[in-house]
Design a protein around this ligand. Structure first.
Ligand code: AFP
Length: 313
């Protein structure tokens, strides 16, 4: 029975599933190329140099060698895919235009190794990908045609949606991604919460929201990695991740293009919600590559409550 990891009596690989969903050949190729690139990222994570690369990204954060290496691996695949015109990476200062392919049909924004600072303490990290039709990467997230992430944890899993349900694939011993959960659906209310950032910088409204979650018996689950934290909420189908506005950081920490839009697309397609405390994440019109926003993402009732606490305070 699909939906039980490892219980399916026949294996459906990623390419076959995408074709079964009626995805066009160019997008099938693009998603499979990204899945292929992840195998080299896995090798870098498992065995690569954890040293510092000496360069820094546009946020001024020192880039670990793994950030730089993962970014290069994925970008190279995208450039040679033949179906991508513009590329934005969390590790690049500006959009990269693929000269040999000025018409698309697709553009990609990605975070090559989100949470890379967790690798040297052996915690799970991931690649997050957002795909648009055409060459404009500053569209609202609701215009995405696909989103996916690859989670490098005890197992390597890949979750994608093209707007027709959310599906999980798990990598086998041959490094093939096979379907392990299909049409993942979230519950309306959750039992875990992931509160990012410094609690002593939370607003009164967010503190009250945390107390509301604790009063209903929600358990705190926070790894510091956006991909594993969201993956847990998505697969358990009951929880909320938040990285709110903090005193001194009114836009929180997470990036709209590279982290929030793809995850909001996946969570909404699984029946959940994602808000910046006022409007849905997917309705934000990005003004720049480095735009950040506060985020409440997960079960619809929990997100609605978070927004109410924002409005009341
Ligand atoms: P890095 O990619 O810079 O390591 O940041 C990871 C991240 O953006 C996201 O994966 C986490 O949810 C968030 O940071 C954790 O931030 P705090 O450590 O401030 O809670």
């Amino acid at each position: 029975m699909l939906g039980e990891p490892g219980k399916s009596h026949f294996q459906i690989d990623l390419r076959r599933h995408l074709r079964g969903e009626g995805v066009d050949d160019a997008l099938v190729h693009l998603i499979c190329e990204i899945a292929e690139a992840s195998k080299y990222v896995i090798n870098a994570v498992r065995t690569g140099d954890l040293g510092v690369a000496g360069t820094s990204n546009l946020y001024g954060e020192e880039q670990l060698a793994l950030d730089v290496l993962s970014d290069r691996i994925i970008r190279k695949r995208l450039i040679h895919s033949g179906v991508v015109c513009n590329i934005a990476s969390e590790e690049m200062e500006e959009i990269f235009q693929v000269r040999s392919n000025l018409k698309g049909p697709y553009s990609v924004a990605y975070d090559p190794l989100d949470g890379s600072s967790l690798v040297d303490v052996n915690l799970a990290v991931g690649t997050i990908v957002s795909i648009y039709a055409g060459c404009d990467l500053l569209q609202p997230g609701r215009r995405q045609v696909a989103a996916m992430y690859i989670l490098y944890g005890p197992r390597v899993s890949l979750v994608y949606s093209v707007g027709k349900g959310v599906h999980e694939f798990t990598m086998n011993h041959l490094m093939e991604f096979n379907l392990t959960r299909e049409n993942i659906i979230m519950q309306p209310s959750g039992s875990i919460y992931s509160p990012g950032g410094l609690r002593n910088k939370y607003s009164e409204g967010d503190e009250k929201f945390i107390r509301y979650l604790e009063a209903k018996g929600a358990k705190l689950r926070y790894s510091g990695g956006f991909v594993p934290d969201i993956n847990q909420i998505l697969l358990k189908g009951k929880g909320l991740f938040m990285y709110p506005a903090l005193n001194g950081s009114p836009n929180g920490k997470l990036r709209v293009l590279f982290e929030l839009n793809p995850m909001a697309y996946l969570i909404e397609n699984a029946g959940g919600a994602a808000s910046n405390g006022r409007i849905p994440i997917l309705d934000i019109v990005p003004e720049g590559l480095d735009q950040r926003a506060p985020v409440y993402i997960g079960c619809t009732e929990d997100v609605e409550r978070a927004v109410e606490y924002q409005q009341e305070n």
